[in-house]
Ligand binder design. Structure first.
Ligand code: NAD
Length: 309
C-alpha cells in the first residue's frame, strides 16, 4: 500500500501516544538503505549508525575487500554489492539488489566521492588536467545523479523515500579544493534542489549534507599529496590516486588538530559520526517536511572568517 510521510508519524516514530519520546528511538526501524562509498570513512560511519537505528543496509562501493569485511562484521543487517557509482548499470544493479533482497528501498545515500589530484599544478585553473577533471565529475556529480535516478524510480512506487547526498563545504564556498572537486560539489547541491522539486510530487525528499574537514583516508591522503607537491613541482607523476593508505593514529590526530583550529566551535573534535548523525536526521522521518536542503556540518567554519589567511 502507498504510504504517505504522515502515516509514519506516531509510535513507530519515537513518541508514545501522549507525545513523550520513547526510550530507544530507532529512527530507521525496518527501513532499507543503500550507502554508496560505505566501505570506509564517512560512509562506514553512516552504515554503522543506520544499523544501530534498525535499518537493513546495502553497501555499494568499489572497494570489495573493505566492503565485504564491513558487511561480514554486521551480518545479517548489512550486505555488500560492488558498484562504481559512475557506471549506470552498477548503480541500477545495487538498487535492484536492495529491492529484491528486502522488497523495498527507503533511503539512498550518495556518499561515494573522490577529491582528485591535489598538487599545485592540478589545483590551478591555468594548468589542471582535463582528463582528471572529467574523472572527478563522473564519480561525484554523475554518480550522484545516477543514484537519484535509480533510487527515485524504486521509491516512486511506494510514494515514499529519502535521498541524502554528501556534498561538501566546497559545494558552498570557493577556494577549498581543486576546481573539479568544487564544481562537482556545487553540482550536488544544485542537483539536490532540482531533484527535490521534481521528486517531491512523488513523496520523495531529497537533501544533502556538507561536511568540513573529517579526518578520513580521503582528507589525509590529500594532505599527503599537498606535502609531496610542495617538495617537488613534478610530483604529480608519482602520485597513485587509487592507493589511499590507511592513515596512522598520529596522522588522524594531526588532521583533527588542524580542523579544530579552524572551527569557530571550540571544545570538540569533528568525527565521521557527526556527519552520519546529520545524514540520519535527513534520512529518517524526523525530517519529514525537509526537502531541497543542504545541512552544513562544519563547526561554524563557513560562517566565519577563519578560513581566510
Ligand atoms: P574516503 O576516501 O575515506 O571514502 C570514500 C569511499 O568511497 C571509499 O570507500 C571508496 O572506496 C568509495 N568510492 C570511491 N570512488 C567510488 C566509486 N566510483 N564508486 C563507489 N564507491 C567509490 O572519503 P570520505 O572522506 O569518507 O568521503 C566521503 C564523502 O564525503 C565524499 O563524497 C567526500 O567528498 C565527502 N566529504 C568529505 C570531507 C572530509 O573532510 N573527509 C569533507 C567534505 C565532504
Amino acid at each position: 500500500p502507498a504510504m504517505s510521510p504522515s502515516s509514519h508519524h506516531g509510535g513507530a516514530h519515537g513518541w508514545d501516544a501522549s507525545g513523550a519520546p520513547t526510550p530507544m528511538h530507532k529512527r530507521l526501524d525496518g527501513k532499507v538503505a543503500i550507502v554508496t562509498g560505505g566501505a570506509r570513512g564517512i560512509g562506514e560511519a553512516i552504515v554503522r549508525l543506520f544499523v544501530k537505528h534498525g535499518a537493513k543496509v546495502v553497501i555499494a562501493d568499489i572497494d570489495e575487500a573493505a566492503g565485504e569485511a564491513l558487511a561480514a562484521s554486521l551480518v545479517p543487517h548489512v550486505a555488500f554489492v560492488r558498484c562504481d557509482v559512475s557506471v549506470e548499470e552498477d548503480v541500477e544493479r545495487a538498487v535492484d539488489r536492495a529491492v529484491s533482497r528486502h522488497g523495498r528501498l527507503d533511503v539512498f545515500c550518495n556518499n561515494a566521492g573522490i577529491l582528485g589530484r591535489q598538487t599545485r599544478a592540478a589545483k590551478s585553473i591555468l594548468s589542471f588536467d582535463a582528463g582528471e577533471f572529467d574523472r572527478v565529475l563522473r564519480v561525484n556529480a554523475l554518480g550522484t545523479a545516477l543514484g537519484m535516478k535509480h533510487a527515485g524510480r524504486a521509491m516512486m512506487a511506494r510514494r515514499y523515500g529519502s535521498i541524502v547526498s554528501v556534498a561538501s563545504v566546497a559545494g558552498v564556498l570557493g577556494g577549498l579544493g581543486p576546481h573539479a572537486y568544487t564544481a562537482s560539489k556545487h553540482a550536488i547541491v544544485g542537483l539536490t534542489k532540482n531533484a527535490a522539486c521534481e521528486l517531491g510530487a512523488h513523496g520523495i525528499r531529497v537533501n544533502c549534507v556538507s561536511p568540513f574537514g573529517v579526518a578520513t583516508p580521503m582528507l589525509i591522503n590529500a594532505w599527503r599529496q599537498g606535502h609531496d607537491a610542495s617538495a617537488a613541482d613534478d610530483a604529480d607523476a608519482d602520485i597513485d590516486l587509487d592507493k589511499i593508505a590507511v592513515p596512522s593514529d598520529q596522522e588522524v590526530e594531526k588532521m583533527e588538530e588542524v580542523v579544530r583550529s579552524l572551527a569557530t566551535l571550540k571544545g570538540s573534535t569533528l568525527r565521521p559520526r557527526d556527519i552520519a548523525e546529520a545524514v540520519l536526521f535527513l534520512a529518517s522521518d524526523d525530517s519529514r517536511y525537509v526537502s531541497g536542503h543542504n545541512l552544513v556540518v562544519d563547526g561554524g567554519v563557513t560562517t566565519s572568517r577563519n578560513l581566510i589567511g
